[in-house]
Write a protein that binds this ligand. Structure first.
Ligand code: NAD
Length: 280
C-alpha cells in the first residue's frame, strides 16, 4: 500500500512558515503585502475559490481586496479595473479568477498584468524565466506538486517523469519544473499514441487532464510515485484523474483527491504573492 501524500498537512506547514516570514518582512520594512482578486460573473465554483483565497490571505497576513463585478461587465470595464489595480501602489499582487464570462476576452485582460504583480505565473515574462530555469513566480498548481515531492524527500534527479496533460496552467509549467529538477520528462496529451505504455515507464506519473479515474493500475509501474492533479465532480463527489483504489496498491506514494494537490494550490498562491510583493 502506498504512502498517502498529505497535501493538507504540507500546505498548512507552508502557510505557517509564510505567516512568520510575512510578519517579519512587515516589521523590518514597514511595507505591506497585498493581493487584489477580481471575480467577474456568477460561477459558483469561482465564488468559493475567491472566498478561500481571502481566508488564506487573512491567515498568512496578506491584505486582500476582492472586486466582484456582475456577469454583464463589459470588456472595457474589466480592463479599466485591472489597469487601475496595475497602477495602484498599495496593490502588490493581482489575480483574475478564471473562467470569465464567455463574452470577455480573457487573454487581453491577463496581458494587462505586469510580471511583477503576476501571482499566477501566467505572464510571458515569468513563463520565459521558468523555461530558462531562472527564479520566478510559477503557476501555483505545478509549484505545489514540486513542494509536495520536496516535502516527501523525493529526489527527481535522473528519474523518468511522465506528465499527462499539456495545458498552459498545469502540464507545460510542470514539465519545465521537472526538467529544471533534472528529471527526464515525457509529456502525453489527447493526441498521444500508446499512452498506457509510456505511462508505465514513469517513476513519477503526474496526471492533469480532467477525466475521472482515467489512469488505471495497468498504466502504472510498481513503486511509481503518482500525483493526481485532476478535480472532477461525479455524482456530487470529488474524484481525481487516477483510479485511487487500485493504483494506490501499486504506487509507492500517491496523492488523494481531495486532500492532495488541491490544498497546495492556495498555499503556493500565498507564497507567490509574498515573492511578488517583496521582489520589487
Ligand atoms: P485543460 O482542460 O486545460 O487541459 C487538459 C489537458 O489534458 C490537455 O492538454 C489535453 O491534451 C489533455 N487530455 C485531455 N484528455 C486526454 C486524454 N484522454 N488523454 C490524454 N490527454 C488528455 O485542463 P487543466 O486546466 O490542465 O486541468 C486538468 C485537471 O486538473 C482538471 O481536472 C482540473 O480541474 C484540475 N486542476 C486542479 C487544480 C488543483 O488545484 N488541484 C488546478 C488546476 C487544474
Amino acid at each position: 500500500m502506498a504512502t498517502i501524500i498529505d497535501g493538507k498537512a504540507v500546505s498548512l506547514a507552508i502557510k505557517d512558515q509564510l505567516k512568520k516570514d510575512i510578519a517579519e518582512y512587515k516589521t523590518s520594512t514597514g511595507k505591506d503585502i497585498s493581493l487584489a482578486v477580481v471575480l467577474i460573473g456568477d460561477d459558483p465554483a469561482s465564488k468559493v475559490y475567491v472566498n478561500n483565497k481571502a481566508t488564506a490571505c487573512e491567515y498568512v497576513g496578506i491584505t486582500s481586496y476582492t472586486y466582484r463585478l456582475p456577469q454583464e461587465t463589459t470588456q472595457e470595464q474589466a480592463e479599466d479595473l485591472v489597469s487601475s489595480l496595475v497602477n495602484d501602489e498599495k496593490i502588490t499582487g493581482i489575480l483574475v479568477q478564471l473562467p470569465f464570462p464567455k463574452h470577455l476576452d480573457e487573454n487581453k485582460i491577463l496581458k494587462l498584468i505586469p510580471a511583477n504583480k503576476d501571482v499566477d505565473g501566467f505572464s510571458d515574462e515569468n513563463i520565459g524565466k521558468l523555461l530558462q530555469g531562472k527564479k520566478t513566480v510559477v503557476s501555483c498548481t505545478p509549484f505545489g506538486v514540486m513542494e509536495l515531492l520536496k516535502h516527501y524527500n523525493y529526489d527527481l534527479t535522473g528519474k523518468n517523469a511522465v506528465v499527462i496533460g499539456r495545458s498552459n496552467i498545469v502540464g507545460k509549467p510542470m514539465t519545465a519544473l521537472l526538467i529544471n529538477a533534472n528529471a527526464t520528462v515525457t509529456v502525453c496529451h489527447s493526441k498521444t499514441k500508446n499512452l498506457a505504455e509510456i505511462a508505465r515507464t514513469a517513476d513519477v506519473l503526474i496526471v492533469a487532464i480532467g477525466r475521472p479515474k482515467f489512469v488505471t493500475e495497468d498504466m502504472v509501474k510498481d513503486g511509481a510515485v503518482v500525483i493526481d492533479v485532476g478535480i472532477n465532480r461525479v455524482d456530487g463527489k470529488l474524484v481525481g484523474d487516477v483510479d485511487f483504489d487500485t493504483v494506490s496498491k501499486k504506487a509507492s506514494m500517491i496523492t488523494p483527491v481531495p486532500g492532495g494537490v488541491g490544498p497546495m494550490t492556495i498555499a503556493m498562491l500565498m507564497k507567490n504573492t509574498f515573492i511578488a510583493g517583496t521582489e520589487r
